[in-house]
Unconditional design. Structure first.
Length: 93
């Protein structure tokens, strides 16, 4: 990790954000409730936030995608559509 990356992850923790760590060279991230900040042995990161999308379907055809449920509901209401809104969640690494 660069010095700037180290500072960024520590600042995220100071502000109450969740931190994850892994042993250098391994691929599995774990929660770090109280990080030890041993940057020589571990890598640290801010816990990724899941990406949530709201997809509007009409007759099983995708017509719009929104990041906020309220926007998807507004689109359906304003256009008088007989539609379905499905929520999709993806955690990105």
């Amino acid at each position: 990790m660069t010095r700037d990356e180290m500072i960024t992850v520590i600042q995220h923790h100071v502000k109450g954000g969740e931190i994850e760590y892994r042993v250098k060279g391994l691929s599995t991230w774990q929660a770090a409730a109280t990080p030890n900040w041993d940057f020589s042995r571990y890598e640290f990161r801010a816990k990724p936030e899941p990406l949530v999308l709201y997809v509007v379907y009409q007759n099983n055809v995708k017509v719009r995608i929104y990041e906020r449920k309220e926007d998807a509901e507004y689109y359906v209401k304003e256009n008088g559509l007989p539609a379905t809104i499905k929520e999709f969640v993806e955690v990105t690494e």
